[in-house]
Design a protein around this ligand. Sequence first.
Ligand code: GAF
Length: 385
Amino acid sequence: MPSPESTAQAFEDRYGRRPDGVWSAPGRVNLIGEHTDYNDGLVFPFAIERRTWAAMGRREDRTLTVHSGAMPEPAQASLDELGPERFDGWSAYVFGVVWAMEQRGVDLSGRTGFDIMLASDVPLGAGLSSSAAIECAVAIALNDEWELGLTRRELIYICQLAENGAVGAPTGNMDQTASLMGEAGHGVLIDVRAETADPVALHFADEGLELLVIDTRVHHEHATGGYGARRKSCEDGAAAMGVASLRDLTEEDLPRAVEVLDDETFRRVKHVVTENARVARTAEVVANEGPRAIGDLLVASHASMRDDFEISVPELDLAVETALANGAVGSRMTGGGFGGAAIALIDADRAAEVEAAIEAAFADAGFTAPIIFVVNPSAGAHRDL
Ligand code: GAF
């Protein structure tokens, strides 16, 4: 497993000098609130202990370089020639942040470049936000190195712009918000429209609970495919209902929506509207009754994604069904869908049993073996060294 010190050492081995510092940002699990963020809605994720570390050192010229143990080739760019069309593959997550800073008003003239060494233990393509972890680690590192004084809120928008404009994935900003605003032992209750991100205590262990992640290893891609199509359906649904965004609708509007919208658009809209209500309810229930009481909300969220938003896959459904059949308090797919991971809230003393049951069910179905691990609400992005 990488650490701040091992990342600093890797930087030194590669560049022949110590880095100026090491910064890190976490991946996230979304407890509830899927595809609500780009609809100005409510989301309730938490930062996890798996992180991306960025060891950074300033250079004297205007060159930017990035190395990563996970990637065979290093990448290079120049502060004089930044633009999404110049970024190749994974380096867009790094150089895209610099480009996005410039787009949002940071003056790059007179600044010098940097070298970066990245290391990460956030699984790639598992729906745990490995991309936001890179963006946010690089953003907070540059904020310090260039003494920009940008707020976390501004860094959220910069990292989202990197994702949308440089990587080309039309996402909302849940992942960047969770990574930058997460706190140990807390979820982050996000209201995208109000631009708030409030910590809510999430003490699973106090109630003898654990949150399992079941990585189905079905890879997904948000820059192409279904994610953008779902976003477009939501925008079409809002326009047909005469509102600026689906956040303007409540469950009381659904009888009118069923009249106005075609069946598919209605079901997309219904998911978002009911999911916003489930997020608000989950935050209330967690605060008043504790996490053991949120199981039914998680299960209803999964059903809505499976049947109405149609972003689940058989592996995710099997993980959720098997977890529930083996006593999970609640379970749902997490993240953008079309693959990735499910979560299951379980009694800690049943963890081995639930894991074994899911592994056996996947083997019986002929699916690739899942990777299952426990996550805890953890600290957001920060400087380590
Ligand atoms: C992905 C996106 F990046 C988020 O912005 C969010 O829309 C999520 O899918 C679905 O809730 O993680």
